[in-house]
Structures are given as C-alpha cells and as structure tokens.
Design a protein around this ligand. Structure first.
Ligand SMILES: Cc1cc2nc3c(=O)[nH]c(=O)nc-3n(C[C@H](O)[C@H](O)[C@H](O)COP(=O)(O)OP(=O)(O)OC[C@H]3O[C@@H](n4cnc5c(N)ncnc54)[C@H](O)[C@@H]3O)c2cc1C
Length: 411
C-alpha cells in the first residue's frame, strides 16, 4: 500500500514522484523500460533543452495552443526560472543559449537523468523498472494498478505516461487508454513538431537535398494566398521534404490544413530581412553601378550557390549572364523565387515520427491548480498525456516538469 503511485518515469513522473516524496508521501514510481528517462536522454539531440527561460506570461503566450492559460498555476508553482535553479541546486550546471533555450553546461542530457536518479534515491522513492502497468481500476477511494510484476494499490494515482511520439522510447499512448477507460475525454491526437513530406518537383529532383538555410521565413498560405501561419527559423531541405525548426513549427498547422486539402502551399522567403521592393531596387541599382558583374556573383550574396544553380536552370539563365543584361521582368522573377519559393506539402510525418503529440486528456476535466481529475478524486494526469504542447525550444519538458511538480505538491 502506497500513498501515491506514479505511472511513467519521464520528466513529469520523476518530478512528481520526487516532490511528493519530499512532502512525506510514500511513493511508488513504475516504469516499463529498463531505465528511467529514456525519451529525455535523446531530447535536444542528446543535449536536452530542459527549459525556456521566459517569464510565465510570455512562456504561455509563446505556446501554439489556445488553452495555454491552463498552465498559469502550475508554472507559477514551478516556473522556468525555478527549473533552472532546481537543476543547478541538484548538481547540473546550466547555460542559456539563443532564444532563451537552456541546456546542461556539459551538453549531456544524461546529467539530468543521473541527477533525477540521485534525488529519487535521496527521497526514497520506490522505483520499479521493467514494470509495465497493464490496467488501472478504482474501488471506492483506492486506485489499483495491475502490472507485469504484480499488483499495487494507493489512494492517489498519477498518470505520467507521455504521448505517442517516438514509441520506441516507451511513450505508446497508454495514458489515453486509461483516461478513456475512466470516462475522461481525450481530444483528437495529431503530430506536432513533425517534418513535412512533399512530392513536389523540387524535392523529387533531389537538387536541393541536404541544403540548410539560416533564419528563413516559412509561411503556410490558404487557397486565397492568405497567410495562415509563418515562422522564421532554420530550415533543411531533405530527400522527402522539409525539416528543421521552421518546418517543425509549421507542421501542426499544415496537418490541420491537409485534413481538407490534398496539398498545402508553403512559401520560403530566403531573405526575410530584406523587403521585396528593396531587393528589386538593390538589383536595379547594382545593374547601374556594376553592369559588368555576373548575375550569379551578385545573387551569391543572397542565396547559396546550389539554390542559385537550381534557379538558373529553371529560368534557363546562362551562368555567365551579366547583370547589365538583366531585364526588369527577370529581376521580378528572381525576386519572386528568392522571396516566395513555393513548395507543395502533401503530408506531415505521423505522430510516431513527430517530436510531440498534440491533443490528449481534456484539460477541461483537470483542475489546473493540482492536476487532479475533476471526475475522479485522487486521479492525476501530468505531462505530454495532457491536451497541451509547445514548440521545440524547451517548452515541452517545462510543461512536463511544472505539471509534475504541481501534482507532486498536491497529491
Ligand atoms: C527526439 C525528441 C527530442 C525532443 N527534444 C526536446 C527538447 O529538447 N526539449 C523539450 O522541451 N522537449 C523535447 N521533446 C519533447 C519531450 O521529450 C516530451 O514532451 C517529454 O519527454 C514529455 O515528458 P512526459 O514525462 O510527459 O513523458 P515521457 O518522457 O514520454 O515519459 C513517459 C514514460 O512513461 C513510460 N510508460 C508509458 N506507458 C507505461 C506503462 N504502461 N507502464 C509503465 N510505464 C509506462 C514510458 O516508458 C516513459 O518512460 C523531444 C521529443 C523527442 C521525441
């Protein structure tokens, strides 16, 4: 008999178990994998972007969800700044990089896992690895958990089983089934932060495969060319389509758009810092001031060589064309390619390949101050299993840690 059973040893479950134990509860943490924090280990390319150092208001505003206000209470109990201080206190020195992203000083995600292990040990959490929870049932105020290694019971049960993304890490969507079995609503699940698949000529030709671009603007437009969503960030052209932060950030919007359309137009602006008319004027000016310069030499200042060769082939431009020979029409066309390069997207990679699962246990049925179910007292949901998510950049682990801490405080 335990006070609290936590199912799942990802960042949310570990944080919750530690906090509840610190508060004097007898806690059992169940994890089906051989080791804890398996997904956390591969995050941030093995470096783990643990949080995003924004104040709570801006943090919530930066989430791509309409229901982010739900997080105010949890984030006020354990904010990005608290997370930063917590890990430094338990022996993981951190550093802040661009866009407020926080990483371990060592660049090793494993440092977080070792620190969690020490804390779980220190506060005597009963951690059972290779113990898969098969089913959950409730009788009166007690919660019963059936596992591959026997049955357990407690008065409080916390579901911290994550989403459905990268299922090889153990996050296979078990928590959604538990929620549904216990009469909770689960909103539509969808891939977020997932690469974009294109069968467009530019992708199929592989001409630009492997090219990466720094801080380009990627926009999804509707059939009337109205921008639905834009993101300025790094982008990679791959053998299947588009990846990198800009594509990942756009992916949930593309996914929803593709539900009613066979393809989605996304435009790449390779130089968002220069306005379209300014670029036209710059090229015209250079035509007057450096008429003998080759067009390719001029354009190299704006876009990479491989893209240039691709565009010259498309427009059947001779590589040795002097800028003096450039017509106004061609200036407009080159500007169009550079500022509004269209790639048709046909699919978004599925949830299993996505970084994060969108949708989840409806937060309408969860108390935001405690993470307790409004339907079943003593039952809690935390982390990615909830209908909440953020962009890449440390938002998702922050949501996991702060909802975990909040539940740990309140069980
Ligand atoms: C490749 C990749 C990189 C990422 N990088 C970042 C990043 O740098 N920063 C960031 O903020 N976010 C990142 N994310 C997202 C982030 O990892 C998740 O949002 C976060 O791990 C969610 O934490 P969680 O505790 O809710 O669930 P998880 O970390 O998914 O943990 C859930 C745990 O529950 C266990 N479990 C599931 N079912 C059962 C069961 N039936 N019985 C027992 N145990 C069970 C699983 O084995 C797992 O260990 C990344 C995701 C991926 C896939």
């Amino acid at each position: 008999m335990y006070d609290v059973i936590v199912v799942g040893a990802g960042p949310s479950g570990m944080m919750c178990a530690i906090r509840a134990s610190q508060n004097g509860k007898k806690v059992l943490l169940l994890e089906k994998n051989q080791d804890i924090g398996k997904k956390m280990k591969i995050t941030g390319g093995g470096r783990c972007n643990i949080t995003n150092l924004k104040d709570v208001k801006l943090f919530v505003k930066s989430l791509p969800v309409k229901n982010g206000r739900f997080l105010y209470s949890a984030l006020n109990q354990f904010s990005p700044v608290d997370i930063y201080q917590y890990f430094e206190q338990i022996g993981v020195p951190l550093k802040e990089e661009n866009e407020n992203k926080v990483f371990p000083f060592s660049n090793q995600s494993n440092d977080f896992i070792e620190a969690f292990k020490n804390q779980l040990n220190r506060y005597e959490v009963d951690v059972r690895r290779e113990t898969e929870v098969l089913s959950v049932s409730i009788q009166s105020t007690l919660k019963y958990v059936k596992t591959t290694k026997g049955d357990f019971k407690a008065s409080k049960l916390v579901i911290a089983t994550g989403g459905k993304s990268h299922p090889q890490t153990g996050s296979t969507g078990f928590g959604y089934e538990v929620a549904k079995d216990l009469n909770h609503s689960v909103t539509e699940l969808f891939p977020t932060e997932s690469p974009l698949i294109s069968h467009d000529r530019v992708i199929n030709s592989k001409a630009l495969q492997g090219l990466s671009f720094h801080n380009v603007k990627l926009s999804l437009v509707d059939e009337n060319q109205k921008i639905i969503q834009s993101h300025t960030n790094d982008l990679i052209m791959t053998h299947f389509g588009l990846s990198g932060p800009a594509a990942l950030k756009l992916s949930q919007f593309v996914y929803h758009y593709l539900k009613n359309h066979s393809s989605a137009s996304v435009y790449i602006d390779f130089i968002p810092q220069i306005k379209r008319d300014d670029l036209i004027n710059e090229l015209k000016q250079k035509r007057s001031s450096h008429p003998q310069k080759q067009l390719k030499t001029i354009l190299k200042g704006y876009i990479p060589q491989r893209l240039l060769v691709y565009l010259f082939n498309l427009e059947k431009i001779n590589e040795s064309l002097k800028i003096a020979q450039l017509s106004n029409t061609l200036i407009n066309r080159m500007t169009q390619w550079i500022k509004q390069f269209e790639v048709k997207i046909h699919e978004v990679k599925p949830i299993t390949a996505a970084f994060v699962t969108g949708g989840g246990v409806s937060i309408k049925e969860i108390n935001p101050k405690t993470m307790e179910s409004k339907l079943i007292p003593g039952l809690y949901f935390i982390g990615e299993v909830l209908d909440l998510h953020g962009y890449t950049g440390g938002y998702n682990i922050t949501i996991a840690l702060s909802t975990g801490y909040c539940a740990g405080n309140n069980v």
